[in-house]
Design a protein around this ligand. Structure first.
Ligand code: ADP
Ligand code: ZN
Length: 625
């Protein structure tokens, strides 16, 4: 899409009261109102304050520097870690009629020439700059002459040396700022953005990007993502379950996170065999293949990505409609980051996390067998326990998740799996005693399947060989099904009554708390586990989460087809034309004229002008059909 047709002319009207911010949000983006936390950040940036904003993924950070950039004279520089991400952001801005460009090592000579020309003409409002460009001394020299008014640092946690996404290039940002200030002869405003909130990272960002004399104003927005539905399910037939889940959501983009390359390949293969367009992404693929698959996922419509956690950072696709974890994620933080990639557009999105005892054992083994110092191992164990507690949470999952981040949600959310299907709890003291005694009597050396065989009185080869069919515990649990016992074991595990000893073949062991339960000094409440069947039933009746009841599905399909065409024609991701949410709204409202269309979510001035006629024609044609 060429950037110089139809750029709204008065974008840089310098006077910027609060009213202007809202008016610009509506006119340029076509959004009705600010999201929680955005407005105060926009105001602070407009007022010239240095700022550090911490907002969850999908919270709408970009707008917090893009909008002020439009309202103020001069150029805003944006530092962002990944080239693909910059290009998508620039394409999205250009589609909104905003003059934006990127200065990266991937630029062609023509692109660089075009950017320099625009810089000279002073027409550029936002310039994305790769961090390695900042380190080059001539960059500051060149830019300082253009009147830079703001330095926005996206993914600011990349500056933190002990963090998970450290980028050495980011260390150049502080020096770049100092050089710019010297060249420009005045202070340069800095606004930093991240979704990582831990205290240590925050301190490091402040230390590296700001100075003690001028600490930033900090904005911390809560972690809740109300449009994400949270659900966990014990594993049973994992691949088949995933296929079902995906097929219920045909045509929607989604990510399936897998714990291994092999699993990612297998899931993608199975989905393709079922007629779903699915791709794989993991570190074992050649880098061109990875880039190509990522591009297809971002640019095309409704692609499913089966990936390891190597996939995600830098994928800024707003209309990912679901994230499935085929295996237990690593920690609560990584779980939160990964599910956070769904539903950035604010429309409902689904998440589903599958977990089994094997996953849990694997995690323990990884911790125990690593060469990390004991102190690190201890904290890893604690983090794993928190994740398990979330998986086995007795009530509202969102409350449990937010509690982990130190936030309280006063009421149960009503939207998670546990709110929608409250778990029946029962006094499980006797059952827990049976399980614990099976662990004890077999010598604390066996895994869960063996223990279940003993409890259910199954005289299989291993049971007989160890003479466990002669134990008093043999057969005392015949009244429960295997899957019910697995749930009991997960729960006594999650509540700390039993531990898994990895040094000793992964055998289960009774803990101090477990002994109390065995002696009857501690009551144990367990929850019934018939979730697998129930959730399948529920989904069958739900239909896609996007379309409202009054929407015209044929119109929606027709709009999506047209969007695909336009995206290919302009060589931009489909969502850059319109997001799913916008199309779904149009399919409900069925606008007859430009005025009605302009009131739909995500239809701003530039898009109305460029695509309005096309959309209205489709609406009219479908109405006549
Ligand atoms: P983040 O960087 O915080 O993960 P983004 O800036 O990518 O989030 O925003 C996520 C999505 O939400 C984008 O598609 C963006 O256009 C959209 N968005 C941002 N602010 C609003 C708003 N006030 N109303 C509606 N949608 C918004
Ligand atoms: Zn809930």
């Amino acid at each position: 899409m060429s950037s110089n047709d139809s750029a709204p002319a008065q974008l840089c009207a310098a006077e910027s009261g609060d009213g202007d911010a809202l008016a610009t949000l509506r006119r340029v983006w076509g959004y009705e109102s600010f999201r929680a936390g955005q407005e105060e950040i926009v105001r602070a940036v407009l007022a010239g304050d240095d700022a550090l904003a911490i907002m969850p993924t999908g919270g709408g950070k970009s707008l917090c520097y893009q909008l002020p950039a439009l309202l103020r004279p001069g150029l805003a520089l944006v530092v962002s870690p990944l080239i693909a991400l910059m290009q998508d952001q620039v394409a999205a801005l250009q589609a909104l009629g905003v003059e934006a460009g990127a200065l990266t090592s991937a630029n062609s000579f023509e692109e660089n020439t075009e950017i320099r020309a625009k810089l000279r003409a002073g027409s550029l409002k936002l310039l994305y700059v790769a961090p390695e460009r900042l380190a080059q001394p001539d960059t500051a020299y060149m830019l300082a002459r253009k009147g830079v008014s703001l330095l926005a640092v996206d993914e600011a946690h990349c500056v933190a040396q002990w963090g998970h996404d450290f980028r050495p290039d980011y260390l150049a940002v502080g020096a770049f700022r100092a050089r710019m200030e010297q060249e420009q002869g005045e202070r340069l405003q800095v606004a930093a953005f991240t979704a990582t909130a831990d205290e240590a990272t925050r301190a490091e960002i402040i230390d590296k990007l700001f100075t003690p004399q001028r600490p930033p104003r900090a904005f911390i927005r809560g972690f809740d993502r109300p449009n994400l539905r949270l659900a966990f399910e014990p594993k049973a037939n994992t691949t088949a379950r995933i296929v079902d889940f995906v097929k219920e959501r045909q045509g929607q983009a989604g990510i399936i996170y897998c714990s291994s390359r092999k699993r990612a390949e297998k899931v993608a293969e199975r989905l393709n065999a079922e007629g779903v367009r699915a791709l794989a992404y993991h570190a074992g693929l050649p880098s061109e293949q990875r880039a190509q698959n990522q591009r297809a996922f971002v640019h095309e419509d409704g692609v499913v990505m089966a990936a390891t956690v190597a996939f995600g950072m830098g994928v800024d696709k707003p209309d990912v409609r679901y994230v499935v974890h085929a295996d237990l994620p690593k920690t609560v933080e990584s779980y939160y980051q990964e599910i956070g990639r769904a539903g950035r557009d604010g429309a409902p999105a689904d998440t589903l996390t599958l977990f089994g005892v094997e996953d849990i054992k694997l995690r323990w083994r990884q911790i125990e067998e690593s060469d990390a110092p004991e102190q690190r191992k201890r904290s890893d164990r604690g983090r794993l326990q928190s994740l398990l507690a979330l998986a086995e949470a007795p009530t509202c999952r969102r409350q449990t998740l937010l509690a982990y981040f130190g936030e309280t949600l006063p009421e149960p959310c009503g939207g998670c799996d546990l709110c929608q299907e409250p778990q029946e709890r029962y006094d499980g003291s006797i059952i827990a005693q049976k399980a614990l005694s099976a662990i004890r009597r077999t010598g604390e050396r066996f895994g869960v399947e063996h223990l279940i065989a003993v409890l259910r009185g199954d005289p299989n080869e291993a049971v007989v060989r160890h003479e466990h069919d002669k134990l008093p515990t043999f057969g005392v649990g015949a009244d429960l099904q295997k899957h019910e016992w697995r749930s009991v074991f997960r729960q006594i595990y999650a509540t700390g009554l039993a531990a898994v000893d990895l040094a000793d073949f992964g055998g289960w062991r009774v803990t101090e708390a477990g002994w109390e339960a065995m002696r009857g000094e501690r009551e144990v409440f367990l929850r019934k586990d018939s979730k697998t069947q129930q959730s399948t039933r529920r989904e069958r009746t739900r239909g896609g989460p996007m379309l409202a009841a009054d929407a015209d599905p044929d119109l929606y399909r027709a709009l999506k087809l047209k969007r695909m065409e336009l995206a290919q024609e302009h060589n931009v991701p489909a969502y850059v034309i319109f997001t799913d949410r916008t199309l779904a709204e149009i399919a409900s409202v069925r606008p007859q004229d430009e005025d009605a269309l302009s009131r739909c979510h995500g239809v701003g001035e530039a898009k109305l002008k460029r695509f309005g006629r096309i959309v209205l024609d489709i609406v009219a044609r479908e109405a006549a059909a």
